[in-house]
Design a protein around this ligand. Structure first.
Ligand SMILES: C[S@@+](CC[C@H](N)C(=O)[O-])C[C@H]1O[C@@H](n2cnc3c(N)ncnc32)[C@H](O)[C@@H]1O
Length: 246
């Protein structure tokens, strides 16, 4: 326990320093990148041993900070520091069935750490756009792509509701664990359903979060995903990969 408190204090001092840097606007990207590196360790998950990611573990200060400390540092909730069960299922599916993505233009919405985007590129996708509205997530995804020697395109643009991306129309849209909040889930589902008639394929990796669509999905596979009990109230979650159907 004493060691734990020491690291919380170290993190708070670093947070205050970083908050000052964000305000002056000097070296913004560099300090966010440093923040990611300082609060994570490079590791793989049991389901995806071939992908290395900067991930936080339960005993790291990033999980112990309260809202005030996070606000002071200008750091949104660090979703990017965890490989969510739905994203892991989708990434595993791509790696095991490269035909799902090979040669395709893929969009990963709500990319977080970038694990699905990285898996899609490893499995032979031609272009992969990893999009997340959190700039920390995009930096983490870029760091993680480098770790795994793959190239991905990244953006913080909110593409939900848009007809296409910077690189043309998508063949496949991947959604890893994004149905955790009602307004976002509704908006996302309406947009995806509107795109289906254009021929785009939609794959969703999800452990059946509360706001996942209950209709118009075809289940492709289920994985038992080891998870962090502090986040999921369980150390194992069943997460499935679904195809959205008209
Ligand atoms: C639970 S995390 C999932 C991350 C990753 N897909 C995975 O499975 O590990 C959800 C992510 O969606 C992002 N997000 C929320 N709203 C978004 C939006 N409108 N467009 C893009 N990303 C969004 C959050 O910033 C967060 O990184």
């Amino acid at each position: 326990m004493p060691g734990c408190w020491k690291s919380v204090w170290r993190w708070r001092r670093a947070s205050r320093r970083q908050a000052r840097e964000y305000r002056t606007g000097s070296g913004v990207s560099l300090s966010k990148t440093e923040f990611i590196i300082a609060n994570t360790v490079v590791q793989s998950t049991a389901l995806l041993p071939e992908i290395q990611l900067h991930l936080a573990s339960e005993d790291m200060p990033i999980w112990q900070m309260d809202d005030a400390a996070r606000e002071a540092a200008g750091v949104p909730l660090p979703y990017w520091a965890f490989a969510w069960a739905g994203g892991q299922a989708l990434a595993r599916y791509c790696l095991d069935r490269p035909g799902t993505v090979a040669g395709k233009h893929v969009l990963d919405i709500g990319a977080g750490s970038g694990l699905e985007a990285i898996a899609a590129r490893m499995a032979g996708a031609a272009v992969v756009e990893a999009v997340d509205t959190d700039p920390f997530a995009i930096l983490a995804a870029e760091l993680n792509a480098k770790l795994n020697n793959v190239e991905i395109e990244t953006s913080t643009e909110d593409l939900i509701g848009q007809p296409g991306g910077r690189f043309g129309n998508w063949d496949l849209i991947m959604i890893g664990d994004l149905f955790f909040e009602q307004p976002l889930a509704k908006h996302l589902e309406a947009w995806l359903r509107g795109l289906l008639p254009t021929g785009v394929e939609v794959l969703i990796g999800d452990p059946q979060r509360t706001f996942m669509p209950r209709q118009g999905l075809e289940k492709l596979i289920t994985y038992a995903v080891p998870t962090t009990s502090a986040l999921e109230d369980s150390d194992l979650r069943n997460a499935s990969v679904w195809r959205m159907v008209e």
